[in-house]
Design a protein. Structure first.
Length: 513
């Protein structure tokens, strides 16, 4: 039996959505115990051990605070989330069947009309740092169809893990072991930075130690700057000075520090001693090291977040390939979660159990943009080699709409032919009046060319086959190197040798008259 936050049983059916709000917000959700205040290695270890036992309340509060306080961590985490949110998404039908396309259109329209859908995606991507993220689906009925009216964010500290590592909802009347999550009511996006228990899966489990060390470093750095960054004010008084004169002197020194102005007796003296010429390189180096480790954990590298003094923009571009792998993995995981925990119940409630095996696909367009100029040169080279290429494939490959009847067609620009000089015309006319000997040589060349055509076609047949089967340029290069030793050039070599031999004999005979 499933109970709501007030302990009342919820009547559910596999074909009916739960429209009641289950994870009702409480006063405990708004306020934090601020576990980061006075954080020490011992205190941090206790918080992590609590999470290992299933009580993730303080761990989730701590993760929320470190993202709020650490600007670098917030920046790189925002970079990773926004990389996913910056990708367009689409709903693709299961097949070309009319009903499958109708289902896909219904799902796409429902998500488009959901005002907070992008915010919900951002909420679910919070799982990258914290291990999981939850939104509650508020179902509604519109025009006789079951659609989500809202996806409400639920703080991770409203949940806990039981002894079997199952996620359970905490309510005011059921703190332990918590309520079982009803089916088709919540979207629970999980992220595993590594294998193991769910409470230890988030990236922040690793980053929190770097946050702690950097926090100590920043505190020491500030104290260092305060001691060695300000000049020391020393007041001197005569041995015969009275207590009132001493009191006046100390007040003057304090006023100079705050008001930059003071009056003192003529018999007293104030000196400003310059601070030591010492810098805090060790603190800065340690803080940069912690930031670099956080970047590695979240982005997989450091070059795109910080270009070191010895680095460059070009090196950061090389490292973007690592981020592309992470981006595609994040998009794939989130799209599967949307498909299984949001699209699936929408299809169930509106079309029935029979169509759960024909779910539309929710997909992010996260592929890396292709260099179309390079691809066009490859297609041109293949076409020049005689490989037949379907025009429809070229239209689809480059995203060019196929022209319809009545459309104005672009025509290649005709380049002006260079002017032909009189000398060139004279040479061309002279070339048409070959001597009999020259005509014989030309006939010999034509015969050799005709006889060589089938030989050349046989030679390049394996090359054309490899070109047709290659998936990309790298594969084509490797296959060409492998097929090259198998090409038989003996017949072409024999034909060339015979033609040259006959031409040489004919030339000698012609020269001798």
């Amino acid at each position: 039996m499933i109970l709501d936050s007030f302990g009342k049983p919820i009547k559910t059916s596999g074909m009916r959505p739960i429209k009641d709000e289950i994870a009702v917000a409480s006063i405990r959700d708004k306020y934090s115990t601020y576990p980061s205040n006075g954080l020490t290695p011992e205190k941090l270890a206790r918080i992590l051990k609590e999470a290992d036992s299933g009580d993730i309340y303080r761990q989730m509060e701590l993760f929320e605070e470190i993202e709020e306080k650490d600007l670098h961590l917030m920046s790189v985490m925002g970079t990773r989330k926004n990389a996913v949110l910056g990708c367009d998404y689409e709903v693709i039908s299961y097949s070309d069947d009319a009903l499958d396309q109708e289902i896909a259109k219904f799902i796409g329209d429902a998500l488009y009309n959901l005002e907070d859908f992008d915010d919900a995606l951002m909420t679910l991507l919070d799982a990258i740092g914290k291990g999981f993220a939850v939104t509650e689906i508020m179902w509604g009925i519109e025009n006789g169809q079951v659609v989500p009216n809202e996806l409400k964010w639920r703080h991770q500290k409203k949940f806990r893990y039981d002894d079997l590592d199952n996620l359970r909802l905490i309510t005011d009347i059921n703190m332990y072991p918590g309520l079982e999550l009803p089916e088709n009511k919540f979207i629970v996006h999980r992220y595993k930075a590594r294998s193991g228990y769910n409470s230890r899966a988030g990236v922040f489990r690793t980053c929190v130690w770097m946050y702690l060390f950097k926090n100590y470093t920043i505190k020491d750095w500030v104290a260092f700057s305060e001691v060695y960054g300000m000049p020391i004010r020393i007041g001197k008084y005569e041995p015969s000075a009275s207590e009132d004169e001493k009191e006046t002197l100390i007040n003057a020194i304090l006023q100079i520090g705050s008001d930059a102005a003071a009056i003192i007796p003529e018999s007293t003296k104030i000196e400003f001693v310059q601070a030591m010429k010492t810098d805090g390189d060790i603190y800065e180096s340690l803080a940069k090291f912690c930031n670099a480790e956080i970047s590695k954990a979240i982005l997989g590298q450091t070059q795109t977040s910080e270009v070191a003094a010895s680095g460059s923009l070009a090196s950061s571009k090389v490292h973007e390939t690592v981020r592309q792998d992470i981006l595609e993995a994040d998009c794939k995981a989130l799209s599967k979660r949307i498909q299984s925990q949001l699209i699936r119940p929408m299809v169930l409630y509106n079309y029935g159990q029979a169509y759960l095996k024909r779910l539309p696909v929710f997909k992010f367009a996260c592929e890396k943009p292709e260099d179309q100029e390079k691809s066009s040169k490859v297609y041109q080279a293949l076409s020049n080699m005689g490989l037949p290429i379907a025009t429809q494939h070229v239209y689809e490959r480059f995203g060019i709409p196929k022209p319809e009847d009545g459309d104005e067609i672009l025509k290649p620009q005709v380049q002006a032919q260079p002017a032909v000089s009189s000398n060139t015309l004279a040479l061309k006319a002279q070339s048409n009046r070959f001597t009999p000997s020259q005509q014989s040589i030309e006939h010999l060349a034509d015969c050799a060319f005709k006889e060589g055509i089938p030989i050349i076609e046989t030679m390049i047949a394996p090359i054309l086959k490899v070109v047709a089967e290659a998936e990309n340029l790298e594969a084509l290069k490797e296959k060409l190197l492998n097929v090259y030793p198998e090409i038989d050039t003996q017949r072409l070599e024999d034909l060339t040798a015979k033609a040259m031999f006959v031409a040489d004999l004919y030339g000698r005979w012609s020269a001798d008259g």
